[in-house]
Structures are given as structure tokens and as C-alpha cells.
Design a protein around this ligand. Structure first.
Ligand code: 5GP
Length: 121
């Protein structure tokens, strides 16, 4: 069940501001409010899916492809394609997911040495 009041749903409705990098009819990319690397960007598709599994199961293939094509475009725009980056998607309790709207983290701009949020309970 998708929670209409999760923070990213509110950002998509314009009820909460964000530091936007790119938006179109299908996707939104913006900076994480609590960056864990020099570059820490969040990418969300404009679909009511709580996690990766729902996104893949419920979304049409063109939209899924488009989301990842746009992600690659953003990586180029951030100029981290050559230096490298890490893409993460936390799902559910064990994955340490805080916001139940499917999203990816793009981390880069420096060497990512640690596991991501491994300390979350
Ligand atoms: P998760 O743990 O669900 O994978 O990641 C959620 C991410 O959303 C966290 O990295 C957190 O810092 C970020 N976040 C939470 N609330 C906000 C917000 O209001 N604005 C932005 N830009 N990021 C947020």
C-alpha cells in the first residue's frame, strides 16, 4: 500500500521544496537534504510505488527504461561519469529504507569507502 503522505509524495506535489536538478513528466532528480558524499542526488519516478520491486512489477517497461536513461543523463550532468559513482536503492526494513516512495541514491564526487547507512537499525 502506497503512503500518499510520504515526504517524496509531498515533494512531487510541491508541498515541500527541494533543490531540484531535473524534472519532467515522468521523473524528478534533486539533492539529498542530508548528503553522505560530496555528490548525493536522489532520483524518483513519478509513480506510486513504494520500492524497487513495486516499481518493476507495476510500471510499464518504457517508463522503467526512461527512468534509468534519465539517471544516466543526470550522472553525466553531474560530471561524475568518469570519476565513478555508486547507485543505491534501499528497500524495506532490512534495506534501511526511510521514505516509502521508490528512489535511487546517486553518490559520487569522492571515493565512497564505506557501506551506505549500514548502521541503521
Ligand atoms: P532512504 O533511507 O529511504 O533510502 O533514503 C531517504 C533519503 O531521503 C535520505 O537520504 C534522506 O536524507 C532524504 N530525505 C529525507 N527527507 C528529505 C527531504 O525533505 N528533502 C530531501 N531533499 N531529502 C530528504
Amino acid at each position: 500500500m502506497y503512503d500518499e503522505n510520504n515526504i517524496f509524495a509531498k515533494i512531487l506535489r510541491g508541498e515541500i521544496p527541494c533543490d531540484k536538478i531535473y524534472e519532467d513528466d515522468n521523473v524528478l532528480f534533486f539533492y539529498d537534504i542530508n548528503p553522505l558524499a560530496k555528490v548525493h542526488v536522489l532520483g524518483i519516478p513519478k509513480v506510486k510505488c513504494k520500492d524497487f520491486s513495486e516499481f518493476v512489477k507495476k510500471t510499464n517497461p518504457e517508463k522503467i527504461t526512461n527512468f534509468f536513461k534519465k539517471t544516466e543523463m543526470i550522472i553525466n550532468r553531474l560530471e561524475i561519469a568518469d570519476s565513478g559513482y555508486r547507485i543505491i536503492s534501499n528497500s524495506g526494513h532490512d534495506g534501511g529504507q526511510e521514505v516509502p516512495h521508490f528512489h535511487i541514491h546517486i553518490l559520487g564526487g569522492e571515493k565512497i569507502t564505506n557501506f551506505f547507512k549500514l548502521d541503521l537499525k
